[in-house]
Design a binder for this molecule. Sequence first.
Ligand code: MF3
Ligand code: CO
Ligand code: CO
Length: 274
Amino acid sequence: MTQYQHVTSADTVLRDGTIKLHGPEGFEGMRKAGRLAAEILDEMANRVQPGVSTEELDRVVREMTLDGGAVPATLGYRGYAHSCCISINHVVCHGIPSPKVLKDGDIVNIDVTPLLDGWHGDTSRMYLVGDVPLKARRLVEVTHECMMLGIAQARPGARLGDIGAAIQAHAEAHRYGVVREFCGHGLGRLFHDAPEVVHAAQSGTGPELRPGMFMTIEPMINLGKPWVKLLSDGWTAVTRDKSLSAQFEHSIGITEDGCEIFTLSPKGLDKPPY
Ligand code: MF3
Ligand code: CO
Ligand code: CO
């Protein structure tokens, strides 16, 4: 039995398995956090190029986050010591910033989560480094379509499984693999909260979506098989078959008649030009 809980900023929110339902002040808070997150990713579009190190990009993310009056929610999160995750090519997610430099032909995901005035804006995009082969560009393009098709299902009365079903159908029509080990999540004043938003599901299953629910939709789609493995650093997830992997992420809120995307790019840079 799914439990829902109406919360205001006066309430203490616990990771107790309940789905939180927020009011106007929650939407206002998420709009601000989401906008800052999107602005940081917009700036990354200027910075991603061959020769730049991922730790340099992480430094810019940290500075922009702090300048925006926020803190990176990942910094110190379960021992994670960086301001974002940067996942290149066959890295599925949670790539750790390092001296490694981007090179021509890479595809790269940057995932940021500024925590602003108590609200988490969680979003990621893919970037193309220099000249990227068509096969890889196509994967990136279809992965963005998968996320948007999932978001198109998000409205009151729909079920959580409708989102994953739409994503899975589109990905598998292209013979891509949908990663099962990592999911979208409820968020708001907590970074990772109920419900777990799986990206491969049966339509008509799972909890009902209700106005005031906040969640991320963040499909990871592999050019090959869906299987992943974790590297010995305890964070970096890679495809088992070494195939390329792509991911996009938006934070959304369910409204009375659909949903609001909190992390849209103010500059229209939500996806790279293909
Ligand atoms: N931003 C990631 C997400 O979408 C979480 C990163 S947690 C970290 O949920 F510790 F790996 F940074
Ligand atoms: Co997330
Ligand atoms: Co994220």
